[in-house]
Design a protein around this ligand. Structure first.
Ligand SMILES: [Zn+2]
Length: 242
């Protein structure tokens, strides 16, 4: 295998790793975004619960006011009872008071039920608040971990880029240009082997002319179907060395 092909394969190996690392970096960032989004949703829910509680409390307050005014009315009616002169007036007042007492009792039951509901709502609010606090502390952990991971990835990326420019300086300008153009367009795979006369980039058969050119090993040879740079392989070479 020509030295030029050797160098291009090393570049390819580095670029493949770089692409994977950049992808991983992005992916790690998504972990944080996902968690942040979940927390945001819960916070929206929490403020909804808070609004519900406020509305509910206003309703309860107004029922309590109703109760007070009924109590006042009953008090007034009772005073009137002391002043009435006829039986008829007396029994009319008694009926009226009875009706008010019944209303009062209904209201009292209602308020009691509302208070129970109110307590339940408060509980729900508190447990939601607690869950959010927990998630926020989890988020901090994740952020710390992601920061560490990303730092490690970045130093690996920097190291690979250093190696890359070393190799790049060892290959002729034309070949490098071809390679760079292909690697940025062909799913980051610019150079592939030909095994059993088949291009391992697009899995199309190569022509006899291409094969001859490959065997002569002088010029860069390109696949007629996918345009990638070709080299003759027997399947044993795994371009892991960088
Ligand atoms: Zn091809």
């Amino acid at each position: 295998m020509s030295e030029r092909i050797e160098v291009l394969r090393r570049l390819q190996s580095i670029d493949t790793k770089l692409k994977r690392l950049e992808g991983d970096k992005l992916y790690r960032g998504y972990d944080i975004q996902k968690k942040q989004h979940q927390i945001q949703l819960k916070k929206t829910e929490l403020s909804k619960i808070s609004e519900e509680i406020k509305t509910f409390q206003r309703n309860t307050n107004s029922k309590e006011l109703d109760l007070k005014s009924i109590e006042t009315e009953i008090g007034k009616l009772r005073q009137q009872m002391n002043l009435v002169k006829t039986n008829k007036e007396y029994s009319a007042l008694k009926t009226e008071i009875g009706g008010k007492e019944a209303d009062k009792s209904v209201l009292e039951d209602e308020i009691l039920r509302m208070m129970t509901t109110y307590e339940e709502m408060q509980q729900r609010y508190k447990s939601f608040e607690k869950a959010i606090a927990q998630e926020e502390s989890q988020l901090k952990e994740v952020q710390k971990q992601v920061e560490t991971d990303i730092q490690a990835m970045e130093s690996e990326i920097a190291e690979l880029k250093g190696k890359r420019s070393n190799y790049a300086s060892g290959v002729d300008h034309d070949a490098l240009q071809h390679y760079n153009r292909l690697v940025s367009h062909k799913d980051a795979v610019a150079i592939v082997s030909v095994i059993n006369q088949v291009c391992q980039g697009c899995f199309m058969s190569v022509t006899a002319q291409t094969l001859n050119q490959l065997m002569s090993g002088k010029d860069l040879t390109f696949c007629h179907s996918c345009g990638r740079i070709l080299y003759l392989g027997d399947g044993s070479e795994d371009s892991n060395e960088d």
